[in-house]
Design a protein around this ligand. Sequence first.
Ligand SMILES: Cc1ncc(COP(=O)(O)O)c(C=O)c1O
Length: 396
Amino acid sequence: MPDSTSSTLIQRLLSPSARSDVPPFMVMDVMAAAARIEAAGGHVVHLEVGQPAEPAPKTAIAAAHAALDSMRIDYTAALGIPSLRERIARHYRDAYACEVDPERIIVTTGSSGGFILAFLAMFEPGDRVAVTVPGYPPYRHILTALGCEPVLIETTGDDRHALSPEALLAAHRKKRLNGVLVASPANPTGTMMTGTALRALIGVAEGEGIRFISDEIYHGLDYAFPAVTAASLSPHALIINSFSKYFCMTGWRVGWIVAPETLVRPIERLQQNLSISVPTLSQFAAAAAFDGRDEMEAVKRGYEENRRILIEGLPKAGLDKFLPADGAFYLYADVSKFTDDSLAFTRKMLEEAHVAATSGVDFDPIHGRSFVRFSYARSAADMKEAVARITRWLAR
Ligand SMILES: Cc1ncc(COP(=O)(O)O)c(C=O)c1O
């Protein structure tokens, strides 16, 4: 038996840091439970996973093959290969008629790598950064791990569940904010901010000295109205984007930042030290992905059809309360008429109807128990099957 001094010593050697004590992503547990059902021969319809079912554009895959065959896969410049940075700048011109200097573009390891670089470059430990709830959980968890304080602001239907200037100012008046992060289209809600609303929010934030971060990972997947980039609204905003969603390249781990000029060199230094550079093969593939837009537009039309099937089908099953599904591939449904515990509800739906979806508790520590997120990134046949199973299950 170790004595108390040595057990304290061992504890000191083995205990994880307090900052690493971030919550898990519960959707992973749903996926594991679904895998167990499938291993036992069951057929699960997957509406839990937030990733496209389709592969990367053919142009991207061909570029990766060509790079493998023709060159050494070395480190690249920390800011990314010049051809990709230039191609991303051209994308801003083509998609938004917005001029962005390629020098302001930093290639990152997915948008996830972008958050770490951006938060480190923008904030000090203890800084307070506003995020909306419901919202993508890693925003809060990365900020916490970096010693910053995520400040949760609830959104309401009056503003399409987007953060309003009034709500931001109210939080700021209570206690000073250093930053704010918004996503449009958003995860888990799929709701979007209009250009006017985004402009007003950025104006108010910057007027108060609150740094503005725009997560634009779901741009391109907009159905209600075209998404507006914060890059066209302020040279001081920091934009984070990714090839994961519109370009169906989750596993390639490549994204980008459009940074205010003053942050480019600090982010470059951070990237040099934290990861040297982003995977080279993925950068070549990403540059070619822009030539595969026709293929990706066809994928997007598939999501639109899926969205229609859910918007029409779920109310017939009794799930008739959901937030505006403007973009991305999510529908966030209020299930409070069936349960006050959406975690138990989704577990039961998986076990009994073999439909996997994600409880709102992942996204919203306040009201998440009343909500379920359905992802419609798979096939139309899957959506129809899911609606049929949910209808039967809720009517049982
Ligand atoms: C809103 C949002 N931002 C960022 C990410 C991270 O994506 P990635 O690191 O693959 O670019 C996700 C992934 O689901 C997301 O939903």
